[in-house]
Design a protein around this ligand. Structure first.
Ligand SMILES: NC(=O)c1ccc[n+]([C@@H]2O[C@H](COP(=O)([O-])OP(=O)(O)OC[C@H]3O[C@@H](n4cnc5c(N)ncnc54)[C@H](O)[C@@H]3O)[C@@H](O)[C@H]2O)c1
Length: 437
């Protein structure tokens, strides 16, 4: 069998899932050819890991401005884009122009202009883009898709969706590049792209109108001062106040965070552990959004990034009944706190497994019925593993249309992009005025 050749752009934390898949899980089908990043130290770190774990490499490394050279030298079939969101579109478009298909992490991009560039590149080159919406693959979310697709609650008239990020995971977006809206589009694009994609997919519908309100209400210097916090500081590393701050991340952990970030600051000045109560945050931590769909379904959605718990609650009201979904999740962030007893950072694997998850179906005039589903281990509710099978082995029979492409990538970010405009203007935004889907 001819192996597919991959290169990876952006060698931070998330790249690990893809490199391990290529070098280990799917090594019969795949080969890794080269690495590209703005930070030489991070590429060297991973080369060391690949060598010790998989006995491979070192792979040739390329600076971001040598991307074209990398492609022309290695001629990969597929470029995996796992760099910061702000530049996803650059690599997606250029890779296609140079003859490659692309797998991109979410969000596909962060604004409508870059979204248009991606669509133009696809039209011009005929190349394929996969956007990695791993949450679709989580068995409980697949169950919801099946229930709705099977007509269990008839036509869905309204959806109410609340997502909670906790003080470990939610805080993490305020410690690094995501805190600058130019880099991430804010959480309403960066994070909510997962959630809006789920709703789009569950409903098999297209969002048309968006109204939203969002603000930075908890994190940030001003909010901390207003709550009377006086022990304020810039970054955690080397700071005495940080050692008492339950929000602080300990980069000097002798492990992954130290090796990926702290030791490589000298190359690009990337700070991974800003205080969440320091200056320079331009994203929201509190967002409420109202969305209308083509088939007239309405969605009320909220995202809060400083909750004591992590998870989501969704209810669907249909012409034949109602579904309620109540999911507690283990926060997805590596690293440790300064206080070894910090409960956010100390969840055992058993505790994670025992987190309550419930789906209830109640038909009109019927009794509530608890729905069961087969659970998977692994990241993002067991979604990561199934996503990787689809990406690296092929989607096969896919009656639920779980595999996502550029249209899905666009539909989900456009809700967030429109919400950002609504936050800024206080008006209702029509998606059609931003982008022709
Ligand atoms: N699907 C998911 O659930 C999930 C989970 C985590 C992260 N992600 C996505 O993965 C991507 C990476 O996130 P991360 O947590 O690994 O971030 P990270 O900060 O750990 O890594 C980002 C990497 O991009 C590199 N980079 C910055 N500018 C670049 C440029 N111009 N060219 C090339 N490389 C550049 C950085 O040096 C760094 O190595 C993001 O888009 C994020 O949304 C998705």
């Amino acid at each position: 069998m001819l192996k597919k050749k991959y290169v990876i752009v952006g060698l931070g934390s998330r790249s690990d899932m893809f490199s391990t898949a290529i070098l280990e899980t799917y090594k019969e089908q795949c080969e890794l050819a080269a690495l590209c990043d703005t930070n030489q130290g991070r590429m060297d770190y991973w080369n060391g890991i690949f060598n010790s774990k998989f006995n491979t490499g070192p792979f040739l490394t390329y600076n971001a401005n040598e991307f074209d050279e990398m492609i022309s030298k290695h001629k990969p079939d597929i470029v995996v884009v796992t760099c910061i969101d702000r530049v996803h579109h650059k690599y997606i478009c250029r890779a296609m122009e140079l003859g490659c298909d692309v797998i991109s992490e979410k969000p596909m991009t962060t604004n409508e202009e870059h979204c248009q560039e991606i669509f133009d590149a696809i039209k011009k080159t005929g190349k394929k883009l996969v956007v990695t919406f791993n949450y679709r693959y989580s068995p409980r979310n697949t169950k919801i898709k099946q229930l709705i697709q099977n007509g269990e609650i008839g036509d869905v008239i309204s959806v109410h969706f609340e997502w909670m990020l906790n003080t470990k995971h939610g805080a993490d977006y305020f410690r690094r590049w995501h805190r600058d809206k130019n880099n991430s589009g804010g959480l309403i694009v960066h994070k909510s792209t997962h959630h809006f994609d789920l709703v789009n997919w569950w409903l098999n519908d297209t969002p048309t109108e968006v109204f939203g309100m969002g603000r930075l209400a908890f994190y940030g210097l001003e909010n901390a001062k207003n709550r009377g916090i006086t022990e304020l500081y810039h970054r955690c590393y080397g700071n005495e106040y940080a050692k008492k701050d339950p929000f602080a991340l300990n980069l000097k952990d002798g492990g992954k965070l130290e090796n990926i970030y702290l030791k490589n600051e000298k190359y690009d000045g990337y700070i991974r552990d800003y205080s969440v109560f320091s200056q320079g945050i331009s994203i929201e931590d509190t967002m409420s959004v109202l969305v209308k769909y083509k088939k007239k379904t309405t969605l009320t959605y909220s995202l809060n990034a400083f909750c004591p718990c992590e998870g989501y609650k969704v209810t669907f009201n249909g012409t034949k009944g109602r579904i309620e979904m109540d999911i507690n999740e283990a926060p997805y962030v590596s690293g440790s706190a300064f206080d070894q007893n910090n409960p956010d950072f100390n969840m055992t694997d058993q505790e994670k497994k025992n987190l309550p998850e419930k789906i209830t179906l109640q038909k009109l005039w019927g009794k509530p019925q608890e729905i069961s589903w087969k659970k998977n281990d692994g990241g993002h509710g067991g979604g990561d593993k199934r996503l990787l099978d689809d990406i690296f082995l092929g989607a096969g029979d896919d009656p639920l249309k779980t595999a996502a492409g550029h249209l899905d990538g666009a539909k989900s970010i456009l809700v967030g992009i429109a919400a950002n405009k609504s936050f800024a203007t206080g008006t209702l935004i029509k998606i059609d005025d931003l982008f022709k889907l």
